[in-house]
Design a protein around this ligand. Structure first.
Ligand code: SF4
Length: 345
């Protein structure tokens, strides 16, 4: 696609000077020209969420994008999420508005560091939380999300050691819920959730005694012990439909999204400081620049991509979220035609 020089500005900084409505108009126009879909993670700024075609958590978004006939996916999230979109949609172009938007938790473990640990536990099964790089997923046996981690671990024979990467808090939560004592947890964490503290919880509870306390399993165990409910961001969105007041122990972006959606309800952040700076690197001006220039593209080496897809497919088979491809679909895949991405439902 050729875009004329008159229409395209050179740097994201040039776009930052444009009025918000013009940025939105440009984004929608270029999106149509590129046959693109914009994925907005739950933790994105409200203005990014407003121009997104799909909102949700990383895996659900990647699955939804794989199911479209778009040529381009723009992922407004962090790097491992855009990689997951590429894993599930290898024939689509995947773009990120800011390549510096990484996830410090995912960065705690590299493929090489994981292989070193696996050498120390040669019989262990490796479970990778989806908040990990494609390379780490490729070196793992199966993936999990925060909502199906317990279910995934329960499918693994109790006498097998499990290496769980990269979140120590989620690993601990799974250990508690499954009663296993053979989980080797990587010492990684999400600074946004790990920084939530009991004092803030007590304060929020006193101010809103009518609200249920819902906390993400990436938080520390002392916090989780005080929660009325422990659930993923997707679970929080579902709970918001049925409850009038919630105290939410997760990133602020989700709280802002729920307030927009249900202005008559009370949604309180457990901590006003629970903000992921990495997620907020994406802005409307960078998104407009990204669509105008077709950058920054996420590229994966095919061996890594296909092995990461295998680990994701195994997880989706366990959680009922993926149906094995039919014979016809397999033939199409072999011919290089992937009408439904990896076939995730
Ligand atoms: S909120 Fe935590 S897990 Fe999510 S991208 Fe930010 S640092 Fe990573």
């Amino acid at each position: 696609m050729t875009l004329t020089a008159r229409e395209v500005l050179p740097t994201p900084l040039d776009y930052a000077g444009l009025p918000r409505q013009e940025l939105k108009d440009r984004i929608l126009q270029r999106k149509a020209q590129r046959n693109a879909v914009i994925l907005g993670h739950n933790y994105q700024r409200v203005e990014i969420q407003e121009v997104s075609d799909f909102l949700g958590d990383s895996l659900a978004l990647s699955q939804e994008a794989a199911d479209t006939d778009a040529d381009t996916i723009v992922f407004c999230g962090v790097h491992f999420m855009a990689e997951t979109a590429k894993v599930l949609s290898p024939s689509k172009t995947v773009l990120m508005p800011d390549p510096r938007a990484g996830c410090p938790m995912a960065d705690f473990v590299t493929g090489q560091a994981l292989r070193n640990l696996q050498e120390q536990h040669p019989d262990a099964v490796t479970v990778a939380y989806v908040n990990s790089s494609a390379e780490v997923k490729a070196h793992s046996d199966i993936c999990c999300t925060s909502s199906n981690a317990v279910q995934v671990v329960e499918t693994i024979s109790r006498d097998r050691t499990i290496i769980f990467v990269p979140d120590r808090n989620l690993a601990h939560y799974v250990q508690e819920r499954t009663g296993r004592d053979n989980i080797v947890a990587w010492d990684g964490y999400c600074y946004v959730h790990d920084d939530l503290v009991l004092e803030e919880l007590d304060k929020a509870r006193k101010a809103h005694p009518e609200a249920l306390v819902v906390i993400h399993p990436e938080a520390r165990e002392d916090l989780l012990a005080e929660a009325d409910e422990v659930t993923s961001t997707g679970g929080m969105v579902r709970m918001a439909e049925d409850h009038d007041a919630l105290i939410l122990g997760t990133e602020r972006g989700l709280v802002d999204q729920l307030r927009e959606r249900y202005p008559e309800k009370t949604f309180v952040p457990l901590s006003g400081a629970a903000v992921c700076g990495n997620m907020k690197l994406n802005t409307l001006s960078k998104l407009a620049w990204c669509l105008d220039h077709g950058r920054h593209e996420v590229v994966l080496e095919e061996g890594i991509r296909s092995r990461a897809e295998e680990s994701l497919r195994k997880m989706l088979a366990v959680s009922g979220g993926w149906q094995a491809p039919s014979e016809e679909e397999e033939k199409l895949e072999l011919a290089g035609v992937r009408p439904k991405g990896c076939g995730c439902g």
